[in-house]
Design a protein around this ligand. Structure first.
Ligand code: NAP
Length: 285
């Protein structure tokens, strides 16, 4: 299989490259970082795609800084929506299938039960709107995967921030009214590869099972590594409203309904997935 990845140096991109080589699947892989292809530049996208002639393009790269997207909406739409348009147009020229990673932030968070793939979207941030716009550039024969709260071995992520904070002594304040499902990047990468290999298309939600608030997640991680959780304080999102530009959905648990109904085994519970990753990273620190 000839596979092109975007966002190759991001946390999911690095995990995806690793998963492909571990599973010895991609006969040829073009893992594109920004220096190899700026996907906001149409000529660069066409040149790279037509030159490599991938069968599958996995578009992982994005402008992911949620608050920055609010400040720079044009940059967000360029990186998240227009890039997807350019890649899709180039993919058509070489007959490649597109795989696009999207987000739980396409929902407004007013639900009280996990969101299915067919539930109405209503993003409340520029990031969410621009990622949803990216989804709209694709066709039913492509693959769109929404995920949430990603954390892995590579790049910057909240798990590493939490582990770094566990080494300190100061009070830690985390919101207790934003509920979601963590997703370990390695589980996500392997699940995406399975969907690609089996030729699936359409919309899928993929996250580890189980859900909790950020406050509960930090307490859980502290428990796993044996750190003192008494300095973790639960706060309401309203307390952060002044300092955070973008609104976050209060409830964005994803029901991996299409995955489940397609016959795949439920992804591991976060306690297993995040627990073992947290321990592994903690021991390396
Ligand atoms: N992280 C999460 O919790 C989460 C949750 C739901 C969905 N997602 C989605 O999952 C995907 C992967 O996320 P991630 O956590 O791996 O993100 P990430 O670590 O922020 O990586 C994104 C990558 O995209 C690259 N990129 C940005 N603009 C680019 C451009 N114009 N040209 C080329 N490369 C560019 C970045 O390169 P530079 O390093 O050079 O900027 C970076 O390597 C994204 O589509 C994101 O929307 C993430």
């Amino acid at each position: 299989m000839r596979v092109m990845l975007t966002g190759a140096k991001g946390q999911v991109g690095q995990e995806m490259s690793r998963a492909f080589s571990e599973r010895r699947i991609a006969s040829e892989m073009a893992a594109m970082s920004r220096s190899e292809m700026d996907f906001t530049q149409r000529e660069q996208v066409y040149g790279a795609v037509v030159g490599f002639e991938p069968q599958v393009i996995i578009h992982l790269g994005a402008m992911t800084a949620v608050d920055l997207c609010e400040e720079e909406p044009d940059s967000a739409y360029l990186a998240n929506a227009i890039s997807t348009r350019y890649l899709k147009q180039a993919a058509r020229l070489v007959g490649a299938k597109m795989v696009y990673l999207s987000t739980d932030y396409v929902f407004d968070g007013h639900a009280t039960q996990p969101y299915r793939e067919w539930d109405a979207t209503n993003p409340i941030s520029v990031y969410g709107r621009s990622k949803l716009a990216g989804e709209s550039e694709l066709e039913p024969s492509d693959l769109v995967i929404r995920t949430s709260w990603v954390m892995g071995r590579y790049g910057k992520n909240i798990l590493k921030t939490i582990l770094g904070a566990a080494k300190g002594t100061s009070e830690l304040r985390f919101v207790d009214d934003q509920i979601g499902s963590p997703t370990v990047a390695a589980d996500l990468a392997n699940a995406v590869i399975s969907l690609v290999l089996e030729g699936h298309s359409g919309l899928f939600h993929l996250s580890n099972s189980g859900s909790l608030s950020w406050y509960e997640l930090v307490r859980f991680i502290f428990g796993v590594i044996g750190a003192d959780a008494s300095r973790i304080v639960a706060i309401d999102s309203a307390e952060l409203a002044m300092t955070r530009k973008a609104a976050r959905p209060q409830y964005s648990v994803l029901d991996n309904c299409a995955w489940r109904l397609s016959g795949f085994a439920t992804l591991p519970h976060y306690s297993e997935a995040v627990g073992s990753l947290a321990l592994e990273l903690w021991r390396e620190m």
